[in-house]
Design a protein around this ligand. Structure first.
Ligand code: PA5
Length: 477
């Protein structure tokens, strides 16, 4: 489906940042003067964003436009495979798993896998095996039959131990049951065109393969085959998602940050960090958007959490993302958000129009503490509770903003994810750090390889062996 311009405008996201401002939250807010004082820095950051885009250092920004062929290939493949399998299982982690989970949860039925096949429009179930917890993977085999599944091994680097370990288990299991040739029909790989082991294995074994464009990093890869293939395999309109991203790209090209939602999001977050608000809570008021917070947590944390800036100075930058859910967490974390320290900003995600309506029956009219609910919809209840939380935060002087999606659909999810990606890139420029590397993640990956004695990691092994021995004094048994 393609939206007309009119329909696209109707689906445009709104960012309401009134409650980030001093005028509304007082002392701990941001003044108009503080915001406009950043115009020089913002102009420089904008220029850097434009240059990086032109110089191929932000290839993820071209994804809404340059994938016509690959989208067709994905759609054809999904149509060809969907009837052949009961379930599509993603083997991936981090940027190779969080996007598919987030989009599937946002767009599809919340109990998608439990629906009978005809209610899934004939599409297979979707599972994402993103951890190496042995209980989880082993238990997955109690609910799926591997011979009836298509396994999508996703790894940009093509060598991540967690993902490759899952792949190795499944490959052997399939080959034992089906033989090598038939087993290959149950595996599809998504990886870099040359880096790592996976592309080589895929070529040798004859696995169908989709390529992750080389200039797109893991956490920015949802709009590549990493996210598009799993989405298409469960009936999600990937073209509409890309159209939403393209629509947001137009808005995010604007230099004037008062008109650019992504830049404004980044600037407000940047000032908040400068003020010592080291925590960014994302709190969707819709179950469908719950995993947007998970996806954003990786994007924001891994991109902005850096030891050194672009000049090599130690800066230890970043803002800790916290995942929360409205209204559920009103009954758990909101107490802290309203009355705790002024160390956080809160991003509420709201939805104007839910896809379903639930009306509370008009019963217990004679009990005043219940009667007021009678005849009210849960739609109204959740929206009212969101406004109530916003009010409570504002009254307590706690900085917060609200991003509203007119509806949750492929277009608006495309807009939202893309807006947060641009905001992350722009925040990286404001912080003068490299938002696209992840030396901290690599460190952990390399330490794992060294501990397993992987060739080439001898130096790292020696480094690990020389770390101080743990003392019994600090262990309670
Ligand atoms: O953003 C990143 O680069 C990482 O978080 C990766 O997505 C994650 O480590 C998985 O890597 P890969 O896709 O190479 O297996």
């Amino acid at each position: 489906m393609t939206y007309t311009r009119e329909k696209a405008d109707e689906m445009r996201l709104r960012i309401d940042y009134n409650n980030m401002m001093k005028k509304y939250v007082g002392e701990y807010g941001i003044s108009d003067a503080e915001l406009s004082a950043l115009s020089g820095k913002a102009a420089k950051a904008h220029k850097a964003m434009e240059e990086k885009r032109v110089n191929g250092k932000m290839d993820w920004r071209n994804l809404p436009y340059n994938q016509e062929e690959i989208v067709k290939e994905i759609k054809d493949y999904a149509e060809q495979m969907k009837d052949k399998v009961e379930a599509f299982v993603v083997l991936g982690i981090g940027g190779s798993a969080l996007g598919p989970i987030c989009v599937q949860q946002a767009i599809n039925h919340p109990f998608y896998n439990e629906l009978p096949r005809e209610k899934r429009n004939g599409y297979p179930k979707l599972y994402v095996a993103d951890n190496v917890d042995p209980e989880r993977l082993s238990c997955l085999f109690e609910v799926i039959n591997p011979e009836d599944c298509l396994f999508n091994c996703v790894s940009k680097s093509g060598s991540t131990s967690e993902t490759m370990s899952q792949f190795m288990i499944i490959k052997e299991m399939l080959e034992e049951k089906l033989g090598k040739e038939k087993a290959a029909e149950h595996i599809v790989c998504t990886t870099d065109k040359e880096k790592g082991n996976l592309i080589k294995i895929a070529a040798e074994e004859g696995y169908k393969t989709f390529i992750i464009p080389s200039g797109v990093g893991g956490r920015f890869s949802e709009l590549t085959p990493v996210g598009l293939l799993p989405a298409a395999m469960c009936g999600i309109d990937i073209e509409l998602m890309l159209q939403g991203a393209a629509y947001m790209d137009e808005l995010s090209k604007e230099e004037d940050f008062y008109k650019n939602p992504a830049y404004m999001f980044a600037l407000l977050s940047y000032i908040a960090m400068e003020q010592g608000k080291n925590i960014s809570v994302m709190m969707p008021y819709a179950d469908s958007l719950k995993y947007v917070s998970d996806w954003f947590a990786q994007l924001w944390a891994e991109s902005l959490g850096k030891k050194v800036d672009n000049s090599g100075n130690v800066v230890n930058s970043g803002q800790t993302p916290v995942k929360s859910l409205g209204v559920t967490d009103q009954h758990s974390q909101v107490q802290l958000y309203t009355e705790g320290p002024f160390d956080k900003m809160i991003i509420l995600l709201g939805v104007d129009k839910f896809r379903r309506t639930m009306t509370i029956p008009k019963i217990y009219g004679d009990i005043p503490s219940l009667g007021f609910l009678g005849g009210v919809t849960q739609n109204k209840l959740i929206a009212t509770e969101q406004m109530a939380t916003e009010y409570a935060l504002q009254k307590a002087g706690k900085a917060n903003m609200t991003i509203t999606l007119p509806e949750v659909n492929e277009f608006t999810v495309g807009e939202l994810l893309y807006m947060l990606e641009v905001a992350t890139g722009f925040a990286g420029e404001l912080l003068n750090i490299d938002a696209f590397d992840q030396p901290g993640v690599e460190e952990g990956k390399n330490a794992t390889y060294a501990m397993f004695g992987r060739p080439g990691y001898e130096e790292k092994k020696a480094e690990l062996d020389s770390k101080p021995e743990k003392s019994e004094k600090y262990i309670i048994r």
